[in-house]
Design a protein around this ligand. Structure first.
Ligand SMILES: Cc1ncc(COP(=O)(O)O)c(C=O)c1O
Length: 401
């Protein structure tokens, strides 16, 4: 289907070259569990080179028909010329950034980043491969401008970002980076999803990255990652790092993400409405010291969120006055809300970084604090349960904090 004339919700359900099977009438695309594709003749390989991945296929590490339906749908949702689908969000980060940098080059990254992205930049690219990395507070884009050097090849930010749901001003970021044609600017849009925020709409932002594991797929049943941007760049990444490092999404997972994406707008509308109610409840609770939610006027970037996000999202972080003990007691007391580290799911998920993902076995207390994780910090990914049930569960758990 042509994509220009349709709204986001229609594209979420229909975009991509699969438009039903004329022979069987199948509405859902087939799951092509084939690693390998046959050539009619030796010369047919030339057709593959000229017709592109949706016309003919060679080997599923490069592309697979189910994956291509997903890539085209994701490109339509992100407002991109093309997209690439990976087996996990981390593979998308690695393939995108590795394609763009050589040793001696420089990356400017937001200091508030998903842990694996930080590890990749710091412990792999910088410490082993000689790529320089400067981490800056990206809530003020002037810090990004100040860190750019002649050798800078990538600017990388996440917005909204963990743990305190801070934002980067995408228009301001684009105004800085558009003057540097040698820099590729990548925005991790996982916490928002393309339904709430479309970074590629801003001149100067080149690539959007998503962990499809989260809102896009939405059901905690599949891992996936996405890069989207100019076709020339996406083709180059496919032929360079996607194929040669490995990491494409498999057909079954691509199909699950396609299925999840159909309900993205419906899920996220409900999650945002529930998150607003829950954030307001938490803000009024005597045991909660601070609530970080961009839909609250108390969030320092409330106005920015209104400008660049269609709604404030389903992610809330709050800090308990009682610190570590209160955080653990609250989490351990949940009856309905699940203790789990992911986000963007139909189920409401809660994580207490100081005792779970960032406990003393993984991160020193000093480093934890430096990245904004106080001992009482709790992160909620609001799901689709009835809001009254969620509020009741929070109420009884906080009573034990
Ligand atoms: C903001 C963000 N980016 C990237 C990733 C990595 O995605 P994945 O877990 O699909 O590899 C995550 C995972 O939690 C994330 O939260």
């Amino acid at each position: 289907m042509g994509t220009q004339e349709y709204g986001f919700e229609t594209l979420a359900v229909r975009a991509g070259w699969w438009d039903g099977d004329p022979q069987t009438g199948a509405v859902a695309p087939p799951i092509y569990l084939s690693s390998n594709f046959v050539f009619e003749t030796c010369d047919a390989v030339n057709d593959i080179l000229t017709r592109g991945p949706e016309g003919a296929f060679v080997y599923s590490r490069g592309s697979n028909p189910t994956e291509v339906v997903l890539e085209q749908r994701l490109a339509a949702l992100e407002g991109a010329e093309a997209a690439l689908a990976f087996n996990t969000g981390v593979s998308a980060i690695i393939a995108g950034v590795t394609h763009l940098v050589r040793s001696g080059d420089h990356i400017v990254a937001g200091q508030t980043l998903y842990a694996a992205a930080q590890y990749f930049f710091r412990s792999i690219l910088r410490d082993r491969f000689g790529v320089e990395v400067t981490f800056v507070d990206a809530t003020d884009p002037a810090n990004i401008a100040a860190a750019i050097r002649p050798t800078t090849k990538v600017v990388y930010v996440e917005t909204p970002a963990n743990p305190t749901i801070v934002l980067t001003d995408l228009a301001a970021l684009g105004r800085i980076t558009r003057d540097y044609p040698g820099i590729t600017t990548i925005v991790d849009n996982t916490f928002a999803s393309p339904y709430l925020q479309r970074p590629l709409a801003y001149e100067g932002i080149d690539v959007v990255l998503e962990s499809a594991t989260k809102y896009l797929a939405g059901h905690s049943d599949v891992l996936g990652g996405v890069l989207a941007g100019r076709r020339e760049l996406m083709d180059a990444i496919r032929l360079d790092t996607l194929i040669n490092l490995g990491g494409p999404i498999d057909a079954m997972s691509a199909w699950l993400v396609l299925r999840g994406v159909k309900t993205l707008p419906a899920r996220v509308d409900r999650q945002c409405a529930a998150a607003q109610q829950i954030a307001e409840y938490l803000e009024a609770h005597p045991k909660v010291a601070t609530v970080y939610y961009p839909g609250l006027p108390s969030h320092p970037q409330y106005e920015l969120a209104r400008r660049q996000m269609a709604q404030p999202g389903g992610m809330i972080t709050f800090d308990l006055a009682g610190g570590l003990a209160a955080g653990k007691a609250t989490l351990d007391s949940f009856r309905l809300i699940r203790r789990a580290v992911s986000l963007g799911d139909c189920d409401t998920l809660a994580e207490h970084p100081a005792s779970m993902t960032h406990n003393d076995n993984f991160v020193s207390p000093a480093d934890r604090l430096a990245s904004g994780i106080t001992d009482g910090l709790v992160r909620l990914s609001v799901g689709l349960e009835s809001v009254d049930d969620l509020l009741e569960d929070l109420d009884q758990a906080l009573a034990r904090a």
